[in-house]
Design a protein around this ligand. Structure first.
Ligand code: NAD
Length: 301
């Protein structure tokens, strides 16, 4: 492969940044993880170590490879320092255009000339994010899926200015991570987020209307359509705050069919963000296990 400079910077050590950092570090890349919140990077390092240790316990990863993966991952608070000499930046900070533009414009001048800049945005415009750097042709979407260490797909997103070379390099990186990539021309919500947002929103409308219980709506999709997970379980995993920002964006770009269900707005306002908050549509115990029978009831909506 033509990737010669091995240094990758992942910005944002949340749910996705943790998984993406693990993917690069365990695939041989020198990986630097950056977050404006030190508690997030501490948590991410522990989570990456756990994924690797679990892999060893399950016989999927050699103990030596797990230790090497941990050693290749470091954290750095200062983005400009982290970006020095890097060949790839993957930004996966909060889904906010201004924040993402700030991140890429700070990092780009510090990276090697022509470095690839990737955004993991679920629904924002790669074209717009690219306006924050010189040579916008090197900005591409690399949209990963949660949990990153289990999900094989990466959607590569071509913005208006993205070059063929940038898409090809992004594909090389995703190949190196053992992922399968598809190429999508920039469109709100790409292929997967658009479909998934519609499904999750509709499931919430059904829950709000009392059509069926949360458990039964999820069971319907798992058993009736062979989905590995129901749309409400998936929303809890993704985080309803992230879901709501995506829906608001799709509503503003694609119209009425994406109007966020009021129940999602109410849940986010009350802090029921999903698994990461200990409660979403379902409640979770301190070990993160779902509490049986805890699905939101229509009668208490
Ligand atoms: P998250 O809230 O778990 O993590 C975001 C992290 O970014 C936080 O730790 C926050 O401290 C950090 N951050 C915010 N501003 C920063 C800055 N200026 N510099 C450095 N760090 C900063 O969010 P997430 O779920 O990991 O999502 C991150 C991105 O990935 C979003 O763009 C989202 O749309 C996209 N995405 C999410 C999913 C998912 O399933 N959650 C899937 C694919 C893509």
């Amino acid at each position: 492969m033509s990737i010669t400079n091995n240094k990758v910077v992942v910005v944002g050590a949340g749910l996705m940044g943790t998984g993406i950092a693990h993917a690069f570090a365990s695939s041989g890349f020198t990986t630097v993880l950056v977050d404006s919140n030190a508690a997030a990077t501490d948590k991410a390092l522990a989570a990456v170590a756990k994924i690797l240790d679990d892999g060893v316990r399950l016989g999927k990863v050699e103990a030596e490879a797990a230790e090497a993966g941990k050693a290749r991952l470091t954290v750095e608070a200062d983005l400009a320092v982290a970006a020095e000499g890097a060949a790839l930046l993957v930004e996966t900070v909060t889904e906010n255009l201004a924040v993402k533009k700030q991140v890429v414009s700070t990092a780009a001048p510090k990276m090697v000339p022509g470095a690839l800049i990737a955004t993991n945005t679920s629904a924002l415009s790669v074209t717009e994010i690219a306006t924050a750097v010189e040579q916008p042709e090197r900005v591409v979407g690399m949209h990963f899926f949660n949990p990153v260490h289990k999900m094989k797909l990466v959607e590569l997103v071509r913005g208006l200015a993205t070059s063929d070379e940038a898409v090809a390099r992004a594909r090389e990186y995703s190949d190196a991570l053992g992922k399968t990539s598809i190429v999508v021309n920039e469109a709100p919500g790409l292929t997967t987020s658009r479909m998934s947002a519609m499904l999750g929103n509709e499931a919430m409308w059904m829950l709000q209307e009392g059509v069926a219980t949360a458990e039964d709506i999820d069971t319907a999709l798992r058993m009736g359509f062979n989905h590995p997970m129901g749309p409400l379980e998936l929303g809890d995993l993704t985080g309803w705050d992230t879901r709501l920002s995506v829906l608001r964006y799709l509503h503003s770009t694609l119209g009425e069919k994406f109007r966020p269900c009021p129940l999602i707005i109410k849940m986010v306002a009350s802090g029921r963000l999903g698994r990461k908050a200990g409660a979403g549509v379902y409640r979770y115990d301190e070990k993160g296990q779902r509490i049986p029978g805890s699905g939101l009831k229509a009668s208490v909506l």
